[in-house]
Design a binder for this molecule. Structure first.
Ligand SMILES: *Cc1c(COP(=O)(O)O)cnc(C)c1O
Length: 380
């Protein structure tokens, strides 16, 4: 019998330590491993390549995405960088027009100068991908739900188009986490996570991960992983192993609190617009229902008035902290235009709805009554 998600989150990849029986995976704080004779080691030669704490973590994340392979990186961006390094000059990528700011920055500022072309397109109707495919297209890169306007992209439809044209398709699953969505099961080739967010869950680690089933792509990525060296240390790996043991419990509460807060904000007179995929009138609500198990705790709102009105709300909150990032146990509020999405030109971000009076909430797992009270006083 296949174990349930929570059982896997706690046990997958975890064995009692063979020397002591320690139930928690030890933090193997070492850079190298002693060999009995040259080349004669136990699979571990040098810790950039492999570390047992990281191996235990990778097995766990792989189990949560039902993936054959997982590689952990020292950041989410390190993981995306490894995928981009599968490409060669002249190759083209089709990606969304509402991307994480750091992904946009890496694609345009780092990889475009190396001769890789990126098409940033509206993917709300996945069929639009077809309009940008040519003989140089190699990769479809998508995020869903998108950051920060919570668009939902149809992974099944996008993967079908990608397969018909022999393209690789990778999904940034950071916002959903494996608890809500498993892109490999929906046809994606690679799933990427900023482990920094929901997987770590406690705002104390920066890390990334890639999950996949294909052996040949895995070999290439593992080669890049070791050659380029954006690999995480054992202490951070341990912290994420610990964080993952409560992922299912945390996600349940993120979803519960998120729904109550989304409904409250929607009817608030100072809120001009709200983005949350759980609303039945969200443009792709039906797709969200199909590909996600619940709707999560990420919500964006447009405050009536100006940027200063939005700033005032963000600064008046007492339980929510004004900070970048998301997915931790504590509630955060962020002003994308000046914080997470500042690297995107103003006209481009405004075209997709990242206006100056937009705020993004990462609803934490505090008591929802306290969060509601806090929003009420800040919006008064
Ligand atoms: C944070 C984030 C990233 C980047 O991950 P880091 O761990 O910060 O490097 C990529 N994609 C999304 C959607 C993110 O939220």
């Amino acid at each position: 019998m296949e174990y349930g998600f929570g059982t896997k989150a706690i046990h997958a990849g975890q064995e009692p330590d063979p020397t002591t029986g320690a139930i928690m995976t030890p933090i193997y704080q070492t850079s190298t491993y002693v060999q009995a004779s040259p080349g004669n080691h136990k699979g571990y030669a040098y810790a950039r390549g492999k570390n047992p704490t990281r191996t235990a973590l990778e097995k766990n994340i792989a189990a949560l995405e039902d993936a054959k392979h997982c590689l952990c990186f020292s950041s989410g961006m390190g993981a995306i960088d490894a995928i981009a390094k599968l490409l060669r000059p002249g190759d083209e990528v089709i990606t969304g027009d509402d991307l994480y700011g750091g992904s946009y920055r890496m694609f345009t500022k780092i990889f475009e100068p190396f001769g890789i072309k990126f098409h940033f397109i509206d993917m709300k109707d996945a069929n639009n991908i077809k309009n940008f495919i040519n003989k140089n297209t190699k990769l479809v890169w998508l995020e869903t739900p998108t950051n920060p306007t919570m668009q939902i992209i149809d992974i099944v439809a996008a993967a079908k188009i990608a397969k018909e044209h022999n393209l690789m398709i990778a999904v940034d699953n950071t916002f959903a986490s494996p608890y809500l969505q498993n892109p490999l099961a929906l046809g994606a080739d690679i799933v990427m996570h900023s482990v920094t967010k929901y997987l770590g869950g406690h705002s104390d680690v920066v890390m990334g991960a890639l999950c996949l089933n294909d052996d040949a792509i895995y070999e290439k990525l593992a080669f890049i992983h070791n050659s380029c060296g954006a690999t995480p240390g054992p202490m951070d790996s341990f912290l994420v192993i610990r964080g993952l043991k409560t992922l299912h419990v945390r996600m349940e509460r993120h979803c519960y609190n998120g729904k109550i807060i989304a409904e409250y904000l929607r009817s608030h007179p100072k809120v001009e617009k709200i983005y949350w995929p759980g609303f039945t009138d969200h443009p792709n609500h039906e797709i969200a229902k199909k590909q996600m198990r619940d709707f999560g705790g990420m919500i964006s709102i447009v405050i009536k008035g100006t940027r200063e009105d939005a700033f005032k709300v963000a600064q008046s909150l007492k339980v929510f902290s004004l900070a970048e990032s998301l997915g931790g146990v504590e509630s955060l509020i962020n002003h994308p235009a000046t914080m997470t999405h500042a690297s995107i030109p103003k006209d481009e971000r405004e075209r997709v709805g990242v206006v100056d009076n937009l705020l993004r909430l990462s609803v934490g797992i505090e008591n929802v009554e306290d969060l509601l009270e806090d929003l009420k006083q800040a919006l008064a």
